[in-house]
Design a protein around this ligand. Structure first.
Ligand SMILES: Cc1cc2nc3c(=O)[nH]c(=O)nc-3n(C[C@H](O)[C@H](O)[C@H](O)COP(=O)(O)OP(=O)(O)OC[C@H]3O[C@@H](n4cnc5c(N)ncnc54)[C@H](O)[C@@H]3O)c2cc1C
Length: 469
C-alpha cells in the first residue's frame, strides 16, 4: 500500500508485504517496518481493536456494522492519528466515505483479508479498457455456449402474473422477454424504482428502502509531460481525492514514457459521504480546478501555474506540467453507502418470488460493494437457481428486520416510478454528462437531499468537448 506523505508533499511511503512471508505475519511485518506513518506506541494501540477480529473472525466483523469507524476507534482506545494517517485514506478508497460516516465492518472486512490471505493485499490493474479486456472475453464465453448478450437493451418494467411471479420483462423497445428464471443484477436504486406494485408490501422488498447508492466522481487527466510516477495505486491523503494511479506506468494500454495520464477517484463528493460540498452538482471546471489544487500539493515541484486553473496560482516556476485534456465521470449512485447498520438490510439472493433471483454487489455476501462482491453475489444467485431447479433445499431467505416487517403491511403501494431518460446515469452507471444528464442529476439530487440541494445548481458542463480538446 503506497501513501502520499501528509507532512512531506511530493513524497510517498509504503507498507511492504514481504513475499514468502505467510499471513498474518506479512501484515505485522509491513506495519512494524514502516516507521514513517505511525509511532510504535500507536501501532501497539491498534492491537486491542484488531485482535478480536483475528480470534473471532467474521462474527466479530459483522457485529461492528452498527459502529462508524470513528466510534469503533474510540471504543477501543485507538489514537486519533490512526484515523488521520490510515483510516481516512482506507474509508475513501473502500467506499468513497469519510470514517465518521463509514461502517467499521468495511475496514475490518478488508483487514481480515490481509490477515488471513498471503495475497490478500494484492492489487492489480487490467492491462487495457474494460469493454475489450473484460467484457469481450465474457461475451465470447457465453456465445460459445449458445447464449446471447444484448447491450443497450434496458428493462422498462418487471411484469407480474396473478400469483405474483414474474411473467415477463417489458423492454424499452416495447418487446417482452420471457424466461424460466429471471436474475436481476440491477443496482439497488434502480430496482427500487422498478419494484412491481404487487410486491410493494412484501418486507423483503421494503428493506431495500434502507439502502442507497453513494455518489462518486472519477477523473481522467492527461498531462503534457511525465509526473513523478509510482507504479502502483496511491492513497492521495488529500481531503478531496481518494486513490489514484498514473496509468502511463500502471496500465499497458496507456503506457507512455513521455506523458502522464492520471485516473483519480474524487471523494467524498456529497454530504451523504461525509463531505460538506455537493461536488456532484458542480461544474466539471470547478471539479478539475479543485483537483488541480490538490495535485499541486501531491506534485509540488511539477504542476505548472496555469491561468486556466486558479487553484495552481501558488505554483513556482519549476512547475511545468500542464493539463492537456480531461474527462469527469459522475456516478450519482454507485456502490451502496456502507454507513453503519446497513448490512442487515442487504437481501439474500433468494427472493420470495419463485422465479426471481437477485445478484449484484449490494446483495448479502461477505465482501464489500466491490467487483469481487458482485462476482460472489452472482455465484450465490447461481447456487439458488441450481438448488431450486434440482429440487434441493436452498439456504433460505435471509431474515428481514422486524421493524421492516411490521411497517411493510401499511406501506401505501403505488405503481413503480420507473427510470427517466436513456443515458448511463439513468441506469445507475457513471457518465460524462450532457446537459440532459445534468437535468436528470438535479432531479435525483432533489430526491436524495429531500428537496434541498446543498449548493447552487450546477453550471452547464463543458464535456464532452473537454475530452476532445
Ligand atoms: C469510481 C469507481 C471506482 C471503483 N473502484 C473499484 C475498485 O478499484 N475495485 C473494486 O472492486 N470495485 C470498485 N468499484 C466498485 C465496482 O465498480 C462495483 O462494486 C461493481 O461494478 C458492482 O457490480 P454490479 O454488477 O453489482 O453492479 P453494476 O456494475 O452497477 O452493474 C449494474 C448494471 O445494471 C445495468 N442496469 C441498470 N438498470 C438497468 C435496466 N433497467 N435494464 C438493464 N440493465 C440495467 C447497469 O447499466 C449496469 O450495467 C468502483 C466503483 C466506482 C464508481
Amino acid at each position: 500500500m503506497t501513501f502520499a506523505m501528509q507532512e512531506r508533499p511530493g513524497e510517498f511511503t509504503s507498507f511492504e508485504f514481504a513475499e514468502g512471508v505467510p499471513a498474518p505475519f506479512n501484515m505485522a511485518l509491513a506495519i512494524l517496518s514502516n516507521t514513517e506513518m505511525l509511532t510504535l506506541e500507536e501501532k501497539v494501540k491498534m492491537v486491542p481493536g484488531l485482535l478480536p477480529m483475528l480470534l473471532e473472525g467474521q462474527s466479530f466483523i459483522d457485529a461492528q456494522d452498527e459502529l462508524s469507524v470513528l466510534q469503533f476507534m474510540r471504543k477501543y482506545g485507538m489514537p486519533e492519528r490512526i484515523n488521520e494517517e490510515i483510516f481516512i485514506a482506507m474509508g475513501k478508497a473502500l467506499d468513497f466515505i469519510d470514517p465518521d460516516k463509514l461502517s467499521m465492518t468495511v475496514v475490518l472486512t478488508a483487514m481480515n483479508r490481509f490477515l488471513n490471505e498471503d495475497n490478500g493485499l494484492q492489487m492489480a490493474f487490467l492491462d487495457g479498457n474494460q469493454p475489450d479486456r473484460l467484457c469481450a472475453p465474457m461475451q465470447a464465453h457465453i456465445e460459445a455456449r449458445g447464449g446471447e448478450v444484448r447491450t443497450c437493451a434496458p428493462v422498462q418494467e418487471i411484469q407480474t402474473a396473478e400469483d405474483g411471479s414474474v411473467s415477463g420483462l417489458l423492454m424499452r423497445d416495447g418487446s417482452v422477454i420471457t424466461a424460466d428464471v429471471y436474475v436481476s443484477a440491477m443496482p439497488v436504486d434502480i430496482f427500487k424504482r422498478m419494484t412491481p406494485k404487487r410486491w410493494a408490501n412484501m418486507p423483503y422488498f421494503r428493506q431495500f428502502d434502507e439502502l442507497e447508492g453513494i455518489p462518486v466522481i472519477n477523473l481522467h487527466m492527461w498531462f503534457d509531460r511525465k509526473l513523478k510516477a509510482v507504479d502502483h495505486l496511491c492513497f492521495s491523503r488529500s481531503p478531496l481525492l481518494s486513490v489514484y494511479a498514473d496509468m502511463s506506468v500502471t496500465c499497458k494500454e496507456y503506457y507512455d514514457t513521455e506523458k502522464s495520464m492520471l485516473e483519480l477517484v474524487f471523494a467524498p463528493c456529497s454530504p451523504l459521504a461525509g463531505g460538506n460540498v455537493n461536488w456532484i452538482a458542480k461544474s466539471d471546471e470547478e471539479i478539475i480546478d479543485a483537483t488541480m489544487g490538490e495535485l499541486a500539493r501531491l506534485f509540488p515541484t511539477e504542476i505548472a501555474n496555469d491561468e486556466r486553473w486558479p487553484s495552481t496560482q501558488q505554483q513556482g516556476p519549476s512547475g511545468q506540467a500542464k493539463l492537456r485534456k480531461y474527462a469527469v465521470v459522475k456516478t450519482p449512485r454507485s456502490v451502496y453507502a456502507a454507513i453503519p447498520g446497513r448490512n442487515k438490510y442487504r437481501p439474500s439472493q433468494e427472493t420470495p418470488i419463485p422465479n426471481l433471483v437477485l445478484a449484484g454487489d449490494w446483495t448479502s455476501q461477505k465482501f464489500l460493494g466491490s467487483m469481487e462482491g458482485a462476482i460472489l453475489g452472482g455465484k450465490l444467485a447461481a447456487e439458488v437457481i441450481v438448488d431450486r431447479s434440482i429440487g434441493q433445499k436452498t439456504k433460505g431467505l435471509k431474515e428481514v428486520q422486524p421493524h421492516v416487517v411490521s411497517a411493510a403491511a401499511s406501506f401505501e403501494a403505488n405503481e413503480p416510478r420507473g427510470v427517466k431518460g436513456e443515458g448511463a446515469i439513468a441506469f445507475g452507471a457513471g457518465a460524462v454528462l450532457s446537459k440532459d444528464g445534468m437535468n436528470l442529476l438535479r432531479e435525483q439530487d432533489a430526491e436524495q437531499f429531500d428537496g434541498e440541494t446543498p449548493d447552487a445548481p450546477p453550471a452547464a458542463t463543458a464535456e464532452p468537448e473537454a475530452v476532445a480538446a
